[in-house]
Write a protein that binds this ligand. Structure first.
Ligand SMILES: Nc1ncnc2c1ncn2[C@@H]1O[C@H](COP(=O)(O)OP(=O)(O)OP(=O)(O)O)[C@@H](O)[C@H]1O
Ligand SMILES: [Mg+2]
Length: 371
């Protein structure tokens, strides 16, 4: 089978022409290249794509179609292919470009097929212009980036709004003289802050849908203990929290539950003002995680049935555990301990905090201003 085409439109229907016709009828740009790297045939789509006439391309090294910056290494790759010819896609995962006659570049995808004919080895390259696909991808990427920015902005604003609520509660608290009512307002403020912190963390994270539960639990517990420490108590905190991805619907109840447990320990466990609180967050398998809070204080006492307790705190905890579809257990003493097991709905990978996000306004000290 002779391979050379006779140039377009020269009439004679030989097998060379047949090959040309088959080539021209192919839906994508096709090139036939010989072992030496010379172009032996190029179909009409290929000529259109690269802006050549057939006679300008045939006999030329295939490197004329390769942008200058890739040209030098191309013959070596070509030799490599001829040494181990197989049907394969070229440049999978890499951006490939072709060079047009006018020097402009076109993004392409190439499939390579070895062809044995007339005792020679050729390679048939089929080339697809992916300009439109790239434009589509770029648009999609831009639109995704825009949505991410918006979502980040929303987390930021929600956090700011919650801080405003917290500040208002603080102002209100300052007008109250009775310690009991003051404490109520302060606790409300802590609950709002526990939620605000989630939005603050989501805003600063790469993954806008999930935060690092371990980091959140540790920060929240520390913040609570610190704000109590100002009332001159000597409470140590130990946190042992794994980095677990939590989505916002899980993180909010978990934060509020932790808030109640830690606040209870600070309020009720240590009449002498000294003690230790331990907080743990662990993956317990089966897509479940456990939050544990224990103290070495006075103990909750048998008089209080935590399942019936009428205090707002433990009632809130029971409601939130139900919302999580989780379970609530007392841990054996001494002191008071609770364990909440819940389903982790977020199973993706956590990624690190965005380096540029949330600088200047994301520290916990925000809380101090409004306390
Ligand atoms: N860690 C603890 N150590 C000792 N006693 C506790 C502890 N946690 C809870 N209690 C007891 O259980 C009661 C019920 O707790 P709960 O959180 O429901 O209500 P509260 O803390 O009194 O009020 P609120 O949480 O609404 O501010 C508390 O009043 C307290 O007597
Ligand atoms: Mg309480």
């Amino acid at each position: 089978m002779p391979i050379e085409g006779n140039g377009p439109g020269d009439g004679a229907v030989g097998s060379g022409d047949l090959l040309r016709h088959v080539f021209d009828a192919a839906p994508s740009a096709m090139l036939l290249v010989d072992r030496g790297g010379s172009i032996r045939l190029a179909n009409r789509h290929c000529l259109d794509l690269f802006g050549y006439l057939h006679e300008q391309l045939v006999g030329e090294p295939v490197e004329v179609l390769v942008p200058e910056r890739f040209r030098e290494r191309h013959p070596e790759r070509r030799d490599g292919y001829f040494g181990m010819p197989a049907v394969r896609a070229m440049g999978a995962g890499r951006d490939l470009y072709g060079r047009r006659r006018d020097g402009s570049e076109v993004p392409i995808e190439i499939g390579l097929n070895p062809l044995h004919a007339t005792g020679e080895l050729f390679v048939v390259a089929s080339i697809i212009d992916i300009t439109q696909r790239k434009i589509g991808e770029d648009r999609l990427r831009a639109s995704l980036a825009e949505k991410e920015t918006l979502l980040r902005e929303i987390h930021h604003r929600v956090k700011n709004n919650m801080q405003v609520v917290s500040s208002m509660l603080n102002l209100q608290t300052n007008t109250i003289d009775e310690p009991r009512y003051r404490a109520m307002f302060e606790e409300c403020q802590a609950r709002v802050h526990a939620m605000a912190m989630i939005h603050e963390k989501l805003y600063a994270s790469d993954n806008l849908a999930a935060l690092d539960g371990g980091d959140y639990v540790a920060d929240l517990a520390r913040m609570l203990v610190r704000s109590y420490a100002r009332r001159a108590s000597q409470v140590d905190l130990q946190v042992d929290a794994e980095a677990l991805g939590l989505d916002i619907q899980t993180a909010i109840p978990i934060g509020l539950i932790l808030n109640e447990f830690v606040t209870n320990a600070l309020k009720h466990a240590f009449p002498a003002g000294r003690g230790m609180i331990r907080v743990g967050l662990h993956d317990v398998g089966d897509d479940r995680a456990a939050l544990e809070v224990r103290d070495d204080g006075a103990g909750i006492g048998d008089a209080i049935d935590y399942e019936q307790s009428r205090g707002l705190g433990l009632r809130l905890v029971r409601g939130l555990v139900r919302q999580l579809d989780g379970t609530l257990h007392r841990l054996p003493g001494p002191g008071t301990g609770f364990r909440v097991e819940f389903v982790r709905r977020f199973r993706g990978e956590l990624v690190g905090a965005a380096p540029d996000a949330g600088q200047g306004d994301r520290n916990e000290d925000d809380h101090k201003e409004v306390r």
